[in-house]
Design a protein around this ligand. Sequence first.
Ligand code: HEC
Length: 149
Amino acid sequence: MYKYRLTVVAVSALVATGSLAHEGAMGVIAERMTVMKEMAQTMKTLGEMLNGRREFDARLARASIAAMHEKCHQASEQFTSGTSDHASRAAPAVWEKPDEFKAEMERFDAAVKALLAASEAGDLDAIRVPFKKVGQACSSCHGAYRVPE
Ligand code: HEC
């Protein structure tokens, strides 16, 4: 009985922390994390096509890049109004240097747009360089605006 109660207490403590973290991570923080993860998944899929670990599928590649382009626009709206909490890895610089951060987002958007245009040809080699540039744009922003884990 005692053991059972302990378990219940432990579980409800976990649940409470979980929901607190969720509330703390408020909608938009959780949402931008999801958007980032989805973009990472697309980059992984494309990377696998490029290094031959996955069969090249021109339609899938193009559709994923188009989706990433939309997500990139979503992401640029998701860092507004200083939204941060203990779960967030967004650096204070995001809000301390809003113009620079915006410029970083714009460079990223331009890189994704170039990749999208390159994917129209349905040719794997055509996306190699633009893909690399998108990857560099991801890293560039993370280097400046995302704190290490
Ligand atoms: C203009 C800045 C910027 C660009 C461009 C950018 N990111 Fe991010 N990314 C961030 C920031 C800031 C965070 C931390 C967000 C937070 O925790 O609140 C983040 C978080 C992440 C995360 C962790 C998500 C999680 O669950 O905590 C992944 C994965 C990620 N980014 C992947 C990517 C990929 C892949 C690209 C390029 C296709 C990309 N990002 C482009 C700024 C950027």
